[in-house]
Design a protein around this ligand. Structure first.
Ligand code: GAL
Length: 432
């Protein structure tokens, strides 16, 4: 059986005039201007959306190794704030269109990356793979997600899990919820109990976090095979099973607190004991666990705990961050130097424990992945796989934009039937 979702192609996201804001201790530049060489050193412009607490820690760890190994280059942090990269990806599209790409940018393995490849934005990295023997380093199915016609176009740095239920053990205990809910029904019953205690049952952030929640509820309601089938051509998004799943989603969302600005403040509500549950990717682990400055310095199992999102035990709803070499990169050699660090065991083992992800490489030092990350490694090797919607695996960027629009309308209308029609229309218009 094919465990990984077939990737689909992309056309383009809409172009917005957004400014790069930098972050994570990096220097900044207004959008459209390329960073100049500094002090005789050539800058390497690395584009991501890892600016916020938790997010930036991993990037800084990898940057440190890059700078140690490449004294002739300066790392230029061109990160654009905003979880899940909605703002970053829109700015990136305008840079690609204007032929002023960064030297390297972060893109998700799967349908999202396939879009950049098919649009002709990326250089083929097969020779780098040959030089560094990378084909053996990464799982074959992952390499397939970043390839077209046998050519490989990016370097995956990690595997993230989307379907994690984060919870505050004390808030659950106080509400009389004995254990993390395993099914959607148990989840709804637990949310009701927390509500009766006056705490926020479920925290949410900006709009994309609601689509993120929806993908876990779809998976938990439909099961893995039916979820994966949704992204095949001709899939039936109008089925009664999807109707039921979206009714579950509407019910669960009715327990959400006030939307927070992004995923970090929503996750923090759980860690602070103001909210019981949050469904978020495991980048939240880096944020909870990393020491103050970057993270919250919280104690796992006491301040926060985790379980698979209800109904999804045994399935890894996965995504993978990868770095690219855009055609026309100003500092191509510098970008290749960055990709070498990103591809290395040393780079991945510095990055991932802080990022809250497990390494894409198969030969990483397993002893570095403890606590939540130990569970993640174990599950990754044994679970079924399903591809994330919000984070680039299952749907291309135009399809995701249409899904996000339907979810945005639903947040205002609460009309689950209209949401289903919107999702069905999005699939009809974009599935290939
Ligand atoms: C995802 C990305 C993760 C993390 C998350 C929240 O799209 O793959 O690495 O950054 O967004 O911002």
């Amino acid at each position: 059986m094919r465990r990984w979702l077939a990737a689909v192609s992309i056309t383009m996201v809409s172009v917005l005039g957004l400014a790069a804001c930098g972050g994570g201790g990096g220097s900044t530049t207004p959008a459209g201007q390329s960073p100049a060489a500094s002090g005789g050193k050539q800058q390497v412009e690395v584009f991501s959306w890892w600016t916020g607490p938790g997010e930036a820690d991993g990037l800084q760890a990898m940057r440190k190794i890059f700078e140690e190994k490449n004294p002739n280059y300066t790392f230029f942090d061109a990160a654009v704030a905003g979880g899940s990269g909605d703002k970053a990806k829109a700015l990136l599209q305008s840079k690609l269109q204007a032929s002023t790409p960064p030297d390297t940018f972060q893109g998700h393995a799967g349908a999202e990356l396939q879009g950049y490849i098919k649009a002709g934005n990326l250089e083929d990295l097969t020779s780098l793979y040959d030089e560094l023997k990378l084909k053996d380093a990464f799982p074959a199915q992952l390499v397939e997600q970043i390839s077209v016609e046998g050519k490989i176009y990016s370097v995956p740095v990690n595997i993230h899990r989307s379907n994690v239920l984060w919870f505050n053990p004390a808030v659950l205990k106080d509400a009389g919820v004995a254990a993390a809910p395993k099914t959607i029904e148990e989840f709804i019953a637990a949310l009701e109990k927390v509500k009766a205690k006056g705490k926020v049952p479920l925290s949410i952030g900006s709009e994309w976090t609601v689509t993120h929640l929806m993908e876990s509820v779809l998976l938990g309601s439909l099961g893995t095979d039916a979820y994966n089938a949704l992204f095949k051509p001709g899939a039936d998004w109008n089925s009664p099973e999807v109707t039921k799943a979206l009714e579950n989603f509407a019910k669960i969302l009715s327990y959400a607190g006030d939307p927070q600005d992004d995923w970090q403040p929503a996750a923090k509500q759980v860690a602070d004991g103001d909210a019981a549950f949050n469904i978020m990717g495991d980048w939240a682990y880096g944020y909870f666990h990393n020491p103050p400055e970057g993270g919250l310095g919280k104690t796992s199992k006491t301040d926060f705990d985790w379980a698979p999102a209800p109904g999804t035990e045994g399935t890894y709803l996965w995504l993978s961050d990868s770095f690219t070499l855009p055609k026309g990169a100003k500092n191509r050699e510098g970008a290749l130097a960055w990709l070498k660090v990103a591809a290395s065991k040393e780079g991945q083992d510095a990055f991932n424990p802080k990022k809250g992800s497990i390494p894409a490489r198969k030969d990483a030092d397993q002893s570095l992945y403890t606590d939540y990350l130990g569970d993640a490694l174990k599950d990754w090797s044994s679970n079924k796989l399903a591809g994330s919607i919000q984070h680039g695996v299952a749907v291309n960027q135009p399809w995701l934009a249409a899904i996000n629009e339907a979810v945005g309308l639903f947040i205002a209308s609460k009309d689950a039937k209209a949401l289903q029609q919107g999702l069905a229309d999005a699939a009809t218009a974009n599935a290939q």
